[in-house]
Write a new protein. Sequence first.
Length: 135
Amino acid sequence: MTTKCPVASFIREKISTSGKTVEEIGLQAGFGSTRELLAVTEEQKQLPWEKVAPLSRALGIESGSLLKLCVTTYSPELWKAIGPLQESAITKDELRMIRAWRIYVGTPYIAGLSEKSQELLDAFLRSLRTNPTIH
């Protein structure tokens, strides 16, 4: 299927890799029927705003990423206004990394690491550099 809607394409891809059926995801996300979710994936209707968070949970993805994709797709002019405000937002995954940092390092500061640990951290962070993707 050739898709013009990035939201529909993204949701289809996430459903296909979720290990769940469309029915299971629709039920977990609170759709009244599977047909409602399929209408979104088949580009017959937009994802309702109130379904962004529940669908994200059902798909096991960050709701902020799906919200950004929806806003940039459905209301790009709105994203121009609010996008810069979102740049400083921390995702759940980032917050998890910060909390893990504090537990394992014992301090919130990189300066608390040994020189060797700082080198290893730098190598790890370089390894994370990939093409940006929406999760």
